[in-house]
Design a protein around this ligand. Structure first.
Ligand code: FAD
Length: 501
């Protein structure tokens, strides 16, 4: 059963849409907003699909009109309107039934999950019901499977297991002509790889098959501090290039400011509940920006605690962090993966979850990360961004080259994520425009300095910018669009193609 919520004006202007509707004011709908809070686009209707067939019906209905577009909306955690459709149809993918299924095949055990499931739901279902878990995660798990597979899906596990787009074996996809397909690397591989990292342009993911393996029980979680970026980067790159049997399961890290600011400064470093940060241990020459490397080793019940301690110790003793500034804890696996929920709770409490989030995510090659650090992190952002500044490396060879994702050239590249939070006015200043301008200046600096970089969650308006972003993949991206969504109905909020009639 599909319910469409359509506003009166749009319903009157679209008599041929032919779908069941309930008239409400769509402007009040969450579909007109996203986590970024920077743009708003009023849909004509919000469709709550109960099946892939409902998704197909909505797309076919839009195709029969001269101008309706269709945007799948996962959990709306985009920051620049990517899941919106101005006077189009928004598919609320959270409405798909949350049925998850365990699938045992000759080559392993898999979870079949709906495109609208949150990764958090997948985690709890897989661990509590089956003692199993996917290998690759995002830091924050209240994101949908379809939403992250349309982008990449990265976290501290990506260096070892690949991003989420490398950890899926089969998809159910409804393409822009309203046809339902099952695709994988062996069946319709072109569609499969197009959709992965495809920014929603080629089809709507209604089901994904995710490989599972035995879930660990506990996690040895450690954070250490660096005053020198060169040491930080050298150690992080050493850790992500170790053979799998001698590596951590998770390597991340972030920049922080040398101050007692609870969000940007050293209070953000200690693992909650652990020892405090003793700033007197910082070397005399430490600058205004410092670095925290974060690593984790998983422990399964058959592994001995002493062996795990030894493995952690062997890797840590080689690192050049500031001795004494180390923070360690043993935590449950689910608690470790749910660690960002605490950030959400605090941000909801102080109001900064609901204010705009002018976030910037960039992938930047190891070749240019030191120059970027000097110019941007140490220069433009020396006072912090009122939120986490993630900086950690991953490996290009862990990404499927055939997907739509655009990556820098080099094998080792860093995610730099500037996750800005703004306190509600009047407690905090209304600086959003300045922050957006600073993001633009950072991208301009990357371009004018010739850095090898790509935006993660790109937001461009001009075709020339999209062509530059996709580079050698652009011609294929355009061809695939013509093949799978010839009227350019899907994901209009990405501003890549315009609807044709
Ligand atoms: P939406 O914002 O709803 O949609 C994003 C895009 O995907 C839109 O174009 C939409 O049309 C399309 N889409 C959505 N569902 C489907 C579908 N089923 N089929 C086809 N297209 C679809 N990203 C990381 O990689 N790692 C992180 O650690 C991480 N942490 C985050 C933490 C927070 C607090 C936030 C707000 C974001 C974070 N992100 C992270 C970014 C996040 O992965 C993207 O914003 C992602 O798109 C959000 O998923 P969503 O379900 O909310 O998608």
């Amino acid at each position: 059963m599909m319910l469409a919520y359509m506003d009166h004006a749009a319903a009157a202007s679209e008599p041929d849409a032919g779908e069941p509707t309930v008239a409400v004011d769509a402007a009040e709908s969450a579909a007109a907003r996203d986590f970024g809070g920077l743009v708003s686009a009023r849909p004509a209707a919000v469709v709550r699909p109960a099946s892939a067939e409902d998704v197909a019906s909505a797309i076919r209905a839009a195709a029969r009109t001269a101008h309706l577009t269709v945007a799948a909306r996962g959990n709306g955690h985009s920051v620049a309107g990517q899941a919106m459709a101005e006077r189009g149809l928004v598919l609320d993918m959270r409405a798909l039934p949350r049925r998850m299924q365990l699938v045992r095949l000759a080559d392993g055990v898999f979870a079949d999950v709906p495109g609208g499931a949150l990764w958090e739901e997948v985690l709890h279902w897989a661990v509590s019901k089956h003692g199993l878990a996917p290998a690759s995660w995002t830091d924050y798990l209240r994101l949908t499977v379809g939403g992250t597979l349309s982008n990449g899906g990265v976290s501290g596990q990506s260096f070892r297991y690949g991003p989420q787009v490398s950890n899926v074996t089969e998809l159910d996809v409804v393409t822009g002509d309203g046809e339902c397909h099952v695709c994988s690397r062996s069946s319709h591989p072109d569609l499969f790889f197009a959709v992965l990292g495809g920014l929603g342009q080629f089809g709507v993911i209604t089901r994904a098959r995710i490989p599972l393996s035995p879930a660990p029980q506990t996690v040895r979680w450690t954070r250490v501090v660096y005053a020198s970026f060169a040491d930080y980067a050298a150690d992080a790159e050493w850790l992500v290039t170790r053979p799998a049997n001698e590596a951590f399961n998770y390597v991340e890290g972030f920049a922080f400011v040398r101050s007692d600011d609870p969000v940007n400064g050293w209070p953000s470093v200690p693992i909650p509940g652990g020892s405090r940060f003793d700033q007197s241990l910082l070397p005399a020459g430490a600058g205004p920006v410092l670095y925290c490397l974060e690593v984790a080793l998983y422990q399964h019940h058959h592994q001995l605690a002493d062996d795990m301690d030894k493995r952690v110790g062997e890797m840590m003793e080689r690192l050049k962090y500031v001795r004494g500034l180390e923070f360690a804890a043993g935590v449950g696996y689910v608690d470790f993966l749910s660690r960002v929920n605490r950030v959400e709770e605090e941000a909801r409490r102080n109001g900064s979850w609901a204010t705009p989030h002018p976030w910037l995510n960039i992938f930047i090659s190891s070749r240019d990360i030191a120059a970027f650090e000097r110019a941007v992190l140490h220069g433009m952002l020396a006072d912090g961004v009122d939120g986490p500044m993630l900086v950690y490396p991953m490996l290009k060879s862990k990404w499927e080259q055939a997907t739509s994702v655009a990556l820098p050239e080099g094998e080792i590249f860093y995610l730099v994520a500037l996750l800005r939070f703004c306190l509600p006015y009047p407690s905090g200043p209304p600086v959003v425009d300045e922050l957006v301008a600073q993001n633009t200046a950072i991208i301009d600096a990357c371009r004018s300095n010739g850095y090898d970089y790509k935006m993660y969650f790109p937001s461009y308006h001009a075709a020339s910018d999209w062509a530059r972003h996709f580079g050698a993949k652009w011609a294929r991206f355009v061809e695939r669009k013509a093949r799978y969504d010839p009227l350019a109905i899907l994901a209009p909020g990405q501003n890549i193609f315009s609807r044709s009639s």
